[in-house]
Design a protein. Structure first.
Length: 567
């Protein structure tokens, strides 16, 4: 079982390594045992992550109880909720790749036999799976769990309530005191944002992939159930090591299609498109935007979860959690039950004893009575998105929108217009130079969408961007427009008063400008300087792929044609 660590522990030429391992307290007997790296994304500055170092300690104890050596190390995290709407948000998506690289680096350099990733916030989870797929050593992920809902005036509130309160305050529908009270009430403790936002979306997807223990995505962070799960992790990794079950044995194309199905049924975040594609690339599994559209066309939206619905992840847990949803799909021949999981058993085996969803609950609709007969994730193409864009259309917003472009080259400009009351019904807000290169870092646009919803304009105003959206965003929104403005995508050529149509029935995104006029505009367009001039963001801008390719940084694209990217 010590297939890797023996390179340093059993090699008589590695006296220095043995000396250093003795220094941390390992005996000669310990040096014959498998070593398991436990990668904690815990840190004090974020409720999603503030409890994870404690989780890592509990996991280490469960690993040691299996006569394995558990060694905790740490990697970074970024709070999307706190960085949202600021220049700090540009570091959020790059943090995913830094997490993947740092786990890969430590596990590879230290020759660990297995790895357990302890993740909390949005980018932690895809970063963890990307690392596990690259390393392809026995391992699994443990999710920190969902936060409990807050309460304000007898009503449940969460982090999105706090963002939408900004628009409500400006419109005068709540007072300054209400605004402060909502902020105090929205996040009552540890755990990731409670709706079917990006963290819970990715946790659910990764459970469906088979890379966590059953119920991992459903257990609240502060619960006896999550504590019991931590105690079971050591035995799970022991079984993986003993049987030499590796991530790529689990991360098959069929497993990714299972994950897509679960994301769509639950009404998950548009960020799933970025992250699942990136994770698939790390596992060398083919997956494209068109797979999302194909799955969406044959998958209903069943879960009435926030941001578009009424319930949060804890409510889903109380009616059976993600396993009960997966069992519903399996019995309807909508999942592949043969896929292997980190339990060493198949999906079907894991679900055999799971109780079905109750008939007296309305968190998840029955297949015969869906919220929408097809999925909410739509991949749009057209002269404004030649390489694709991602829309989140639940049906509540309608399926078509045509309006007048209001163009902004920075998020702050858009926020000033929204909060200043200068946005009108029928506007299509165009936020550009926010893509992976143009941001750099493809920031999320929860603050503008929250302000639009709070102002009561959710059905009257659309927002399109080459940036991305928080899982908490809802309304008539389209993101991930590719090619992005920074590389000369058509979104860079849009002008105020152009007519734009979003059609989620035909799956098109169109600016109604003649091709000859677009050609003339392109001849006058110049690539603006990159917004980053040094450090992490500059490197990211030069190495990141497009949103349609998952924004990966380890698959270098061919050099652009002359003048297509003069930065």
């Amino acid at each position: 079982m010590n297939r890797y660590s023996r390179q340093v522990t059993q090699n008589r030429n590695q006296g220095g390594a043995r000396a250093m391992l003795h220094a941390i307290g390992l005996t000669d007997t310990d040096l014959t045992k498998p070593q398991v790296g436990i990668a904690s994304m815990g840190w004090e500055g974020n409720p999603c992550n503030m409890h994870l170092n404690g989780f890592a300690s509990s996991i280490k104890a469960s690993v040691q109880a299996q006569n394995l050596i558990g060694l905790v190390f740490h990697t970074i995290g970024v709070s999307d909720g706190m960085s949202m709407g600021s220049s700090g948000m540009r570091f959020s998506l790059p943090s995913r790749d830094i997490i993947a690289e740092s786990i890969e680096t430590v596990v590879s350099a230290q020759w660990y036999d297995g790895v357990i990733a302890v993740a909390g916030c949005d980018k932690n989870m895809p970063g963890s799976i990307m690392a596990l797929a690259r390393l392809n050593r026995p391992g699994l992920m443990v999710y920190g769990g969902t936060i409990k809902p807050g309460c304000w005036r007898g009503q449940p509130v969460d982090i999105v309530s706090a963002f939408e309160a900004a628009g409500q305050r400006v419109m005068g529908t709540i007072t300054e005191q209400d605004f402060d009270d909502i902020a105090r009430s929205a996040c009552p403790g540890a755990g990731a944002c409670g709706g079917m936002y990006t963290a819970n979306t990715m946790a659910s997807a990764i459970e469906a992939l088979g890379m966590t223990l059953p119920y991992d995505s459903s257990y609240p962070a502060v619960s006896v159930h999550k504590q019991r799960e931590l105690q079971a992790v050591g035995n799970a990794v022991y079984q993986l090591l003993e049987r030499d079950i590796k991530p790529r044995d689990i991360l098959t194309r069929q497993a990714f299609l299972n994950a897509l199905r679960v994301v769509i049924v639950l009404g998950g975040s548009t960020n799933a498109a970025l992250h699942l594609i990136a994770m698939a690339k790390a596992a060398e599994v083919p997956l494209t935007l068109d797979d999302f559209q194909a799955m969406s066309l044959k998958t209903p939206l069943l879960a009435d979860l926030k941001p578009s619905g009424r319930y949060v992840m804890e409510d889903l847990f109380l009616v059976g959690g993600v396993p009960a949803v997966m069992k519903l799909l399996l019995e309807a021949d909508m999942l592949c039950g043969a896929c292997l999981t980190v339990t060493g058993q198949s999906i079907a085996d894991n679900l055999a004893d799971v109780a079905p969803l109750g008939e007296d609950q309305d968190v998840v609709r029955p297949l015969a009575r869906p919220i929408s007969a097809t999925g909410h994730l739509r991949i749009l193409y057209g002269n404004l998105a030649e390489d694709g864009a991602v829309a989140k259309i639940t049906g509540k917003e309608g399926e078509r929108f045509t309006g007048t472009a209001r163009v902004f080259d920075a998020e702050e400009e858009a926020m000033e217009a929204i909060l200043g009351g200068h946005v009108r019904a029928g506007d299509v807000l165009v936020l550009r130079y926010c893509g992976p290169k143009g941001g750099p870092g493809m920031p999320e646009m929860l603050r503008p969408t929250g302000a639009i919803m709070g102002a009561g304009l959710g059905k009257e105003v659309a927002l399109i961007t080459d940036g991305r959206f928080s899982g908490g965003s809802h309304g008539f929104v389209v993101g991930h427009i590719t090619p992005e403005a920074q590389v000369g995508g058509t979104i860079a050529l849009v002008q105020d008063s152009d007519r734009i149509s979003i059609d989620a029935h035909a799956n098109t995104l169109t600016v109604h400008v003649e091709a000859s006029e677009l050609t003339a505009r392109r001849s006058r367009w110049h690539v603006p300087p990159l917004k980053a001039q040094h450090g992490t963001l500059l490197r990211y801008a030069h190495t990141v792929s497009s949103a349609s390719e998952g924004c990966v940084t380890d698959a270098f694209a061919p050099r652009p044609e002359p003048n297509s990217l003069r930065c």
